[in-house]
Design a protein around this ligand. Structure first.
Ligand SMILES: O=CCCC(=O)O
Length: 487
C-alpha cells in the first residue's frame, strides 16, 4: 500500500482521540491507517486507541454526566441546531471525506450528509419536548410524579456503511436527553466521525460530553467498558454476529441496549403492482449504498405473471449504472468496502449460479484496483442458495419466482432477521394484510426507502432491539423515575 496525497478538505479533520475536550494521541502512540477502498491507498493515519484510552474516555463521560444532565433542554437543543447548520454549510467537505474513506459516490455521500444533519434538527426539536407525569393513585392516597432523566453515560458504536448518519442518529438523541457519550466509530471510517466531533465542539458541546475513540482493537477496548459498571447504555449498529457478543457483555453489567443489527429484506412484487414503481423501488432498495445497507433488498420475490418483464427491466436499469471511484464525475456505484466484502459477494454469486441462477446482468468483478463489483441481477435463484440466507451487502439482486400470497409470506418470514420488507401491490386490502403479517419492524409499501429521521427505525427478531429516530428515538436515552408522595 502506498500513501496517497491527502486532499486539502481532510486537513481540517483532527486525526486524534477526543477525550475530555482535548484531542490526544493514543496512550501507546500507535496509529492506524485509513484506506481509500477505490484504490487501496492509505489516505492518512489516525490515533489507534488502547483499552486505557477507552477507560479515560469513559471516565470523562462519567465526570461530565451530572452537569450535562442539569443543562437546560433549550441549551442542548441549540447546540444540536448549530451543529445541524454547520453540517449543512459543509456538505461538500463532509461528503468528500466520506467518499474517500468509504467509497460511496459523491452524490450519495452528499445525500447521507443531509440525512445525517436531519437527525440533529429532529432531535433539537425533541430535546425541549420531554415530559413527565403527575397523577393520583386509584385509592386517592398518593401522588405519582413521573420524571424523565437521562439514562447516563452511553457507549455508541457505529458501522462503516453510513459513517455520518449512524453517528448523528445516536448522538442526536443522547445530546437531547442529556447523556454523555463515548463514541466508537468503525475502524474503516474514523474520519467522518472525527469531523463530526469537531463540528459538535464548534457548536458548543461542553468538554467531556462527547468522547471519541478510534481504534483497530475494538474488542479489547469495548469489553471492559461494558463490563465495568459505568456504562448505562449501549447503542450499537452493526452485524448480528457482533451484536450478540456485545449483548452478552452488556448483560454482565445489566446495561440497557439499543441494537440495530442485520437484515435479510424481502422485496415482494405482486401481479397487480405498478411495475414502473416496483423497478424504481428495487433500484433504491437494492442499490442505495451499493447494496451495503442493512435495509437492502436481499430477496426479490416476484409473481410468476410479471417476473420476466420485471427482471428484464431491472437488469436494463442496473446495467446503465456507472461503476467508478466515488470521487469521479457521474459515478453511481463505488467500490465495496474491502477485499473481504468483495470476495463474499463473489462467492455468493458463484454459489447461486452453480445452483442454476441465470445472470441477467453483471456477475463478475472487473480487473484492476479497488473492490468494485458490478450491479448484478440473477433470475431463477434456487431457494437453497446461500445468498438468500445471509446479508449480501453488495449490488446483487436475486429474483425468486412465486405464485401465491400465503406461500410468499411464509418464505419471506422464514429467516432469523426481521428489519424491513418491501411490498408492491395496488390492492389496498392485500397491502395492509401483507404489511401486517410480515415479521419486520418496517415496511416499504410501494416504496424502496423507509429511512427517515422522523420515523422509528429498527427491527424485530435477530435484527435488533429498540428504535432509532422518530418520537421514540429519544426514549432510548431516557429513564423513568417515579416519586411517590402522600396527597
Ligand atoms: O445499514 C443501515 C441503513 C441505515 C439507514 O437506512 O438509516
Amino acid at each position: 500500500m502506498t500513501a496517497t496525497v491527502v486532499p486539502s478538505t481532510m486537513d481540517s479533520v483532527p486525526k486524534k482521540l477526543l477525550v475530555a475536550g482535548a484531542w490526544t494521541d493514543a496512550s501507546d502512540g500507535r496509529t492506524m491507517p485509513v484506506e481509500n477502498p477505490a484504490t487501496g491507498e492509505v489516505l492518512c493515519e489516525v490515533a489507534d486507541a488502547t483499552p486505557e484510552d477507552g477507560a479515560r474516555a469513559l471516565d470523562a463521560s462519567v465526570a461530565a454526566q451530572r452537569d450535562w444532565a442539569a443543562t437546560a433542554p433549550r441549551a442542548r437543543s441549540e447546540i444540536l441546531r448549530r451543529a445541524y447548520d454547520l453540517i449543512i454549510e459543509r456538505v461538500d467537505e463532509l461528503a468528500t471525506i466520506m467518499t474517500l474513506e468509504m467509497g460511496k459516490p459523491l452524490a450519495e455521500a452528499r445525500g447521507e450528509v443531509t440525512y445525517a444533519a436531519e437527525f440533529f434538527r429532529w432531535f433539537s426539536e425533541e430535546a425541549v419536548r420531554v415530559d413527565g407525569g403527575f397523577s393520583a393513585t386509584p385509592d386517592g392516597k398518593n401522588h405519582v410524579m413521573v420524571l424523565r432523566q437521562p439514562v447516563g453515560p452511553s457507549l455508541l458504536i457505529t458501522p462503516w456503511n453510513f459513517p455520518l448518519a449512524m453517528g448523528t442518529r445516536k448522538i442526536g438523541p443522547a445530546v437531547a436527553a442529556g447523556c454523555t457519550m463515548v463514541f466508537k466509530p468503525a475502524q474503516q471510517t474514523p474520519l467522518s466521525a472525527l469531523a463530526l466531533a469537531a463540528i459538535l465542539t464548534e457548536a458548543g458541546l461542553p468538554n467531556g460530553v462527547l468522547n471519541v475513540i478510534t481504534t483497530s482493537r475494538a474488542g479489547e477496548v469495548v469489553e471492559p467498558l461494558l463490563r465495568g459498571g459505568n456504562v448505562r447504555k449501549l447503542s450499537f449498529t452493526g452485524s448480528t454476529a457482533v451484536g450478540k457478543i456485545l449483548l452478552a457483555q452488556a448483560a454482565d453489567g445489566v446495561v440497557r441496549t439499543s441494537m440495530e443489527l442485520g437484515g435479510n429484506a424481502p422485496f415482494i412484487v405482486f401481479s397487480d403492482a405498478d411495475l414502473d414503481a416496483a423497478v424504481a423501488g428495487a433500484m433504491v432498495a437494492k442499490m442505495r449504498n451499493m447494496g451495503e445497507a442493512c435495509t437492502a433488498a436481499n430477496r426479490l420475490y416476484v409473481h410468476s405473471s410479471v417476473v420476466e418483464e420485471f427482471g428484464a427491466r431491472l437488469a436494463a436499469k442496473m446495467a446503465e449504472l456507472r461503476v467508478a471511484p466515488g470521487t469521479e464525475d457521474g459515478a453511481q456505484v463505488g467500490p465495496l468496502i474491502d477485499s473481504a466484502g468483495l470476495s463474499k459477494v463473489e462467492q455468493l454469486v458463484a454459489d447461486a449460479v452453480g445452483r442454476g441462477a441465470r445472470v441477467l446482468t453483471g456477475g463478475a468483478a472487473p480487473d484492476g484496483p479497488g473492490h468494485f463489483y458490478p450491479p448484478t441481477v440473477l433470475a431463477d435463484v434456487d431457494s437453497g442458495s446461500e445468498m438468500l440466507r445471509t446479508e449480501i451487502f453488495g449490488p446483487v439482486a436475486p429474483i425468486i419466482t412465486f405464485d401465491d400470497e400465503d406461500e410468499v409470506l411464509r418464505t419471506a418470514n422464514d429467516t432469523d432477521w426481521g428489519l424491513v420488507g418491501y411490498v408492491f401491490t395496488r390492492d389496498l386490502a392485500r397491502a395492509l394484510r401483507v404489511s401486517e403479517n410480515l415479521e419486520v419492524g418496517m415496511v416499504g409499501l410501494n416504496t424502496g426507502l423507509v429511512s427517515n429521521p422522523a420515523a422509528p427505525f429498527g427491527g424485530v427478531k435477530q435484527s435488533g432491539l429498540g428504535r432509532e429516530g422518530g418520537r421514540v428515538g429519544i426514549e432510548e436515552f431516557l429513564e423513568y423515575k417515579y416519586v411517590a408522595t402522600p396527597r
